[in-house]
Design a protein. Structure first.
Length: 326
């Protein structure tokens, strides 16, 4: 006879992986890239101040986004290896998300400063030393090319490595913009090109900052990733798992980027077939949605009472026990 508490009847014979697969190569190349980007970010900021170029300062701000992305990737690797304890049962993986949220808010402040400074320079253009500006911008471009080469060597499938590569590719445009501004000022003396291109670089930062803010907020709000929405999970499981009668109480969320978890209830067509059904459900969640940690509860046919969900919501006046993500 099955146990009476259907909400807490789980099959946990499978292994759960709480730590992402991290290679020493990934960790090393991220650290090297961070050191290069962060060091030159300081050089570019100093160069921008000495040359009077807002475009260089804006590009330094963009390099700050690169350095932060690389630092978060490295922190995720390091903290992800720390073992969970009795207080932090999932370890420290969410550190990356919290840091990303703080970084995004900081970037919006930088963008505001660039916009204000650009407007002031339109009203009162200052002298810009095109020669030093051009030299610093060219070195910045070379640094970005070197970092991009390092980041694209070997394995690039890890979500944090992919994100860092995109950041560096975006910064290449900022360096090109600073070079163009320096050449125009050197040949024509038209200094408004500097604040104009600085605003364009700020727009690149805004795009990165907005994506980072939206992504980190979505994860902190326990949102389901786009590739593992509850509706899609239910359809796939009902279609693929033999002997599965119903799926309910589906909740999907991310612990950190690339680490998706799920809880759900399943009702087998036959109670005797429950263990096989649960195993099949776990396999489909892993194969189709990359969900390594799934907690599956069994709703037994022999129990007449309907299970309820404390996260139950009402939509259009009708009750739905599934299709919610947290």
């Amino acid at each position: 006879m099955p146990p009476s508490d259907s909400h807490h009847d789980h099959d946990h014979d499978h292994d759960h992986s709480h730590v992402p697969a991290v290679t020493s190569t990934n960790e090393r190349k991220v650290l090297i890239s961070f050191c290069l980007i962060f060091t030159f970010m300081i050089v570019e900021a100093v160069g921008g101040i000495l040359s009077g170029s807002l475009a260089l300062l804006a590009d330094a701000g963009h390099m700050l986004t690169d350095a932060t992305a690389l630092a978060l990737a490295y922190a995720a690797f390091r903290f992800g290896r720390r073992a969970a304890d009795s207080k932090r049962t999932f370890g420290y993986l969410r550190f990356e998300v919290i840091a990303g949220f703080v970084n995004a808010v900081t970037l919006f402040a930088i963008i505001g400063w660039i916009g204000y400074e650009a407007w002031q320079r339109f009203l009162d253009p200052g002298e810009i030393l095109a020669g030093p500006m051009l030299i610093v911008a060219i070195i910045g471009l070379l640094v970005n090319i070197i970092v991009l080469w390092i980041m694209t060597r070997g394995e690039t499938d890890h979500v944090n490595v992919k994100g860092a590569i995109l950041h560096v590719m975006g910064d290449l445009l900022g360096s090109v913009g600073a070079i163009v501004a320096a050449i125009v000022i050197y040949l024509t003396g038209w200094t408004p090109i500097d604040p104009i291109l600085s605003v364009l670089v700020a727009m690149l930062i805004l795009r990165s900052a907005w994506k980072l803010l939206a992504k980190s907020l979505h994860i902190l709000l326990e949102g389901a990733p786009e590739n593992a929405l509850p509706d899609a999970l239910e359809r796939t499981l009902m279609r693929s798992v033999e002997g599965l009668a119903a799926v309910s109480h589906i909740h999907v969320w991310q612990l950190t980027s690339g680490q998706t978890l799920a809880t759900l209830h399943v009702r087998p067509e036959s109670d005797e077939d429950a263990k096989r059904v649960v195993k099949s459900v776990e396999k489909e969640l892993l194969d189709q949605f990359s969900i390594e940690h799934a907690t599956v509860a069994i709703d037994w046919n022999s129990e007449s009472s309907e299970s309820s969900c404390v996260l139950h919501q009402h939509t259009d006046g009708h009750d739905h026990d599934h299709n919610h993500s947290y």
